[in-house]
Design a binder for this molecule. Sequence first.
Ligand SMILES: *Cc1c(COP(=O)(O)O)cnc(C)c1O
Length: 439
Amino acid sequence: MTKLALLGGNPVRSEEFPAHNFIGDAEKKKVMEIMDSGVLSRFLGVWHDDFYGGDEVRAFEQEWAQSYQAKHGISVNSCTSGLYAAVGAAGVGPGDEVIVSPYTMAASVTAAVAFNAVPVFADIDPKNFCLSPASIRAKITERTKAIIVVHLFGHPADMDEIMDIAAAHNITVIEDCAQAPCATYKGRPVGTLGHMGVFSLNYHKHIHSGEGGIIVTNDDNLADRLALIRNHAEAVVNGREVDSLVNMVGFNFRLGELESGIARIQLSKAPGLVSRRRKNMDYFNRNLPEVAGLSISPAAGYVEHSYYAGVFNFKAAEAGISRDLLIKALHAELPETKMRKGHGPLIGGGYVKPVYLYPMFQKQIAYGELGCPFKCPHYKGEVNYSAGICPETEKAHATIITHEYMQPSLATSDIDDVLAAFEKVADNMDDLRQYESAS
Ligand SMILES: *Cc1c(COP(=O)(O)O)cnc(C)c1O
């Protein structure tokens, strides 16, 4: 038995994992063509044909909408902007509540705050880490205007049940698909299962254009409102004779021609990149050695997962060591990934902490110093952001382990090294138990 690197032995691997780079010649060529045209954005914030942007923007929107079987695609400069636009388009405002997930990147919560609504946190289902329909049902009030569902880690939420609840209460459902491009639910792509679906093209995601995002919808009215909010609606509603002025306030969420051109090529690569993730994940899961206390969190039979992250459930009591120590031991065996230097090995405990524990919610300060929107006089409900309000989320955060050892840049031999690190740790559990009880 070889000694653990954490305890002074040699690591399983020291050579960095290959760069996670999938920007290639096609993107470069496209960018040079656009550069040569001199038109890097053709948007105009006045009522004109160019209100809807340039050729690359429009081609990107059409191609994306088609690939998600959606009627409309509205590009934006980030998924965050897209979520804000979606909440605005839904007509959410002061006094309203938006049901959100606490286990997500903060933008899927702050989108509600951006329109002066109050986020109400429902709990997750520990099976898929997405909002649980039962918890949503328990949080609905007469003030609930929208639900922002997050397909976390690439696993779709229980959309049929969520849409039934929403229909019964006339609530708009926004899907945050940032982590789930190409994921499917009962054979249907995510994005149009709800009323609007928002994707990210940020560089940490499955495909990217540096920064960027896109919203899909089958609803003509929502598509119109999204395009208005994206581009200085307040300045154009006059010429357009738009009926509803609600939330037609000045944003610039426009995506440029360069990013749109890159995004078109990335879109064409998405199925291949995601299928590579699935193959890598499958290989990893099939060959994972037994580690005390550790189990893979399986995907539901009716979804195609897109694996933004892989997830383990970890029971420290069964393992006889803490989650922190297990991760520390694995980190010591494994190097970093090129292009992600300083980020550490691609495995860690939990995800982000439950969003309601962020200072903004704990102190209830967002707009100005008067506590709006939480203490807004139009708001007739009562907020509760105490620790403990979403026990499943807090438990998951304290017990799961997430990793990215399915990145498309990884060859089988790279994954074998990761598996060897797990095996080595499994073989040396007793040393770790001793080490922990001695420290
Ligand atoms: C990355 C991410 C976002 C934000 O995407 P940006 O394009 O960086 O604004 C929103 N929600 C989730 C779940 C994400 O993972």
